[in-house]
Design a binder for this molecule. Structure first.
Ligand SMILES: Nc1ncnc2c1ncn2[C@@H]1O[C@H](COP(=O)(O)OP(=O)(O)OP(=O)(O)O)[C@@H](O)[C@H]1O
Ligand SMILES: [Mg+2]
Length: 292
């Protein structure tokens, strides 16, 4: 498959090996601008590793990762990340924490930007995560959910082309989590971002994603018959979901929603799963397999 410029991110025949353990194998993925991709899979299947590779924190063992047609070899401002737990600078206010990224001497141009302009911009992002009135507080004065909102604002101010999120709501209580889910959907719509969101929570994945990627080591290798833990994880399902406007959490109660979660569980989380690559459920119109 050719890498047309229409794909913001293009991954071809990616393999990642740590020592002698194959973590990811035969990963092919083409992502268009504006997609909200949620990534699920059994613990240890390589979800965080895939994010680190896209972020440029780790190198692929083989295969390519391209952004807008160019190979991604180093970390870049175009890709931001929000982790499950973010440590803000305790001696800086919330506003100062958000301004920080813009003030790093990444480029000469940035260092000439007036502090006032950066402050205004930081306030804009604080407002978008509904924290404007807490601008002058210090991190220890905020709840976990509020701190995660600061981390999101901190990522957004850098205007990343791709926002990676590694279980960003994993440490929050269920009520706060649902509020954050609705907030991230609103921000995604407002900022027309491309998001890669890893979660353990299948309900969260189906609620948020316009595309659901299931990564799993549970399948049977087509040539050597090997199964399960000895295999590098692959994308075993790739669903396109139609979203008509922002979803309400009530959608979680519908039968279709529950059925999709059950399908994902069967396809990606069952160690006895014995489908081969030709049987993978790659429904998304951009899905492809190279078998390098
Ligand atoms: N730096 C490293 N060196 C060696 N092995 C590693 C390294 N980083 C990750 N691994 C291994 O790679 C595999 C995938 O790890 P990864 O953290 O990507 O999984 P995950 O899908 O994010 O898991 P979880 O759902 O528990 O967060 C694991 O077996 C892990 O032990
Ligand atoms: Mg992880």
């Amino acid at each position: 498959m050719q890498n047309e410029p229409k794909h913001l991110l293009f991954i071809e025949d990616l393999k990642k090996v740590y020592k002698n353990k194959v973590v990811l194998d035969d990963i092919d993925l083409a992502v268009s601008k504006g997609e909200f991709c949620t990534l699920v899979g059994p613990s240890g299947c390589g979800k965080s590793t895939l994010l680190k590779l896209i972020l440029g924190q780790e190198r692929t063992t083989s295969g390519r990762i391209l952004m807008e047609g160019r190979e991604l070899l180093l970390p870049s401002d175009s890709i931001g990340i929000v982790y499950q737990k973010y440590s803000l600078y305790p001696h800086l206010t919330i506003l100062e924490n958000i301004m920080l990224g813009k003030q790093l001497p990444v480029s000469l141009w940035r260092s000439f930007l007036k502090k006032k302009a950066i402050r205004l911009e930081a306030m804009h992002y604080l407002e978008s995560v509904q924290l404007a009135e807490h601008a002058d507080k210090y991190p220890h004065q905020l709840s976990g959910g509020m701190q995660q909102r600061v981390a999101i604002a901190q990522a957004l101010i850098m205007k990343p082309k791709i926002l990676l999120m590694d279980e960003p709501f994993g440490a929050l209580d269920p009520g706060t989590r649902e509020i954050m889910q609705v907030l991230i959907l609103e921000l995604w719509e407002q900022n027309r971002m491309t998001i890669f969101f890893v979660t353990h929570d299948l309900e969260e994945a189906v609620f948020l994603g316009t595309r659901i990627l299931v990564v799993s080591q549970y399948y049977t290798h087509e040539t050597n018959g090997k199964q399960g833990v000895n295999l590098g994880s692959r994308i075993v399902s790739d669903y396109a979901l139609n979203r008509n406007g922002a979803s309400s959490p009530q959608i979680k109660e519908t039968a279709e929603f529950g059925q999709l979660i059950q399908r994902i569980r069967n396809e990606g989380f069952d160690p006895k799963q014995c489908q081969t690559a030709s049987e993978f459920n790659l429904e998304h119109f951009d899905s492809f397999q190279t078998f390098g």
